[in-house]
Design a protein around this ligand. Structure first.
Ligand SMILES: *Cc1c(COP(=O)(O)O)cnc(C)c1O
Length: 418
């Protein structure tokens, strides 16, 4: 079973200052994990993890990752602005967007970010806005299904992202003609993988493509971007990925494919979001109701507006009732939020200790794609984000929304005109 990174006593102290619900992040865990990622790929001179900003677009978190040597992977105007505000610039920013608006490309170019073209037609679209940069990247989609052993991991042929091999070739040829000098290849073939072989298998596909493109077009391949997709064990019975083994697996493919071709200067980039943050965030909520009808319910002060993954994907998040870590899980509950949507349940038929009103519930692994997916349905407000610092202090990184925030985008002027 997973253990929370705070005790009931610690949580209560934080709650005295900041009422539930809130997302709490573990600085120590974030830093240690980021260091381990950098160690796993230390064999590669140019290695850089570009944190997928969408997972946790919180300056306090982005700053920690900056200090650990990470760049930022953005896909929208606002994510670019956020990265700029935290002090990222130039090739510390990867711009991996799709269906990209013109103003986003313009800003990415102004910041000197590495542009990752999702589609062949984006090259001509970009050229109308700005000069083609010297370093560029294209996103590859091999089509078909992506299998590891006999398991289908994902279905790239069904995904809206990336270009076919022919389009990659034609794209690189045109980019070279327009002055590009250093080329990157990016691909994202499977999400939330719990296997040490995903990155090495993806690396093999991209390295082979890189060799082919280099030979055919006589271009300099500068980097391979393995993107995101490395998973975390949300369920207690799942085992975590071994990032050291993953790094070693990629190194072996690198030795096998790149080194004999003299391509030993190619940098490896990653764009992990989930693996960098998910386990180091949690949603803390208070039990405000219990309800006994055809099933047993406990109602929280948090809802799917604070954590959408269970409602959206049926995702599993482990729940610990703080202070009852060692109590027997001899009750079965649906743990629900207050949205007028029956899918607003953090857990269904979950075995938990006997729960009382006032208990503090700790929902695990919400550090990535948690707060950031929040929304305002039913007029629900997004929660605060708090950092549990290495020295044990709690720091507010983002305050909770207020009704004023919800009202801020309305224009009431017409209502008062007579
Ligand atoms: C979402 C996303 C990521 C991060 O994915 P994780 O599964 O969180 O690692 C990386 N790159 C791109 C382009 C993405 O859209």
């Amino acid at each position: 079973m997973k253990t929370p990174f705070v005790s009931l006593e610690q949580a209560k102290k934080i709650i005295e200052q900041y009422p539930t619900p809130f997302h709490l992040y573990d600085e120590k865990g974030i830093r240690e994990n980021a260091r381990q990622v950098n160690r796993a790929f230390a064999w590669n001179k140019g290695f850089k993890e570009y944190f997928a900003v969408k997972a946790t677009p919180t300056p306090g978190i982005m700053q920690i990752l900056k200090e650990e040597g990470c760049g930022m992977d953005c896909s929208s105007f606002t994510e670019l602005k956020l990265s700029e505000a935290v002090g990222f610039w130039g090739e510390e920013i990867m711009f991996s967007s799709n269906m990209t608006p013109a103003e986003d490309f313009v800003l990415a170019n102004e910041l000197g970010a590495i542009i990752n073209f999702d589609d062949f037609t984006h090259i001509a679209y970009f050229e109308k806005l700005a000069k083609i940069p010297e370093t560029v990247c294209c996103r590859y989609n091999p089509g078909g299904v992506f299998q590891v052993a006999n398991d289908i991991m994902d279905n790239p042929g069904d995904a809206k992202y990336g270009m076919t091999k022919e389009q990659m070739k034609e794209g690189f040829r045109i980019l070279k003609e327009k002055g590009a000098k250093h080329f990157g290849i990016h691909s994202f073939l499977a999400s939330s993988t719990n296997s040490n072989t995903y990155y090495p298998m993806l690396a093999k596909i991209l390295f082979e493509l890189a060799v082919e493109l280099k030979k055919e077009l006589d271009i300099h391949i500068a980097f391979i971007n393995l993107s995101g997709g490395v998973g975390v064990p949300y369920r207690p019975e799942e085992s975590p990925c071994d990032i050291m083994a993953i790094g070693e697996g990629v190194r072996e493919v690198y030795e096998e494919i790149f080194v004999p071709e003299g391509m030993d200067d190619v940098a490896i980039f990653t764009e992990m979001g989930r693996f960098m943050l998910a386990p180091y965030g949690s949603l803390l909520a208070t039990v405000v109701h219990e309800k006994h009808i055809y099933k047993e319910y406990v109602g929280l002060d948090a809802c799917a507006a604070n954590l959408m993954r269970p409602a959206m994907y049926g995702a599993y998040h482990q729940i610990t009732v703080l202070g009852k870590e060692d109590a027997p899980c001899d009750h079965i509950y649906d743990v629900a939020g207050g949205l007028c949507e029956n899918n607003d349940k953090f857990a269904i038929d979950r075995k938990l200790p006997k729960i009382e009103i006032g208990d503090i519930v700790y929902i695990h692994d919400t550090g990535a794609h948690g707060h950031s997916m929040g929304y305002n349905y039913n007029g629900k407000l997004r929660s605060a984000e708090i950092l549990l610092k290495e020295n044990g202090e709690a720091a507010l990184m983002r305050r909770a929304e207020t009704p004023e925030d919800y009202f801020a985008t309305f224009d009431f002027t017409g209502l008062f005109k007579k």
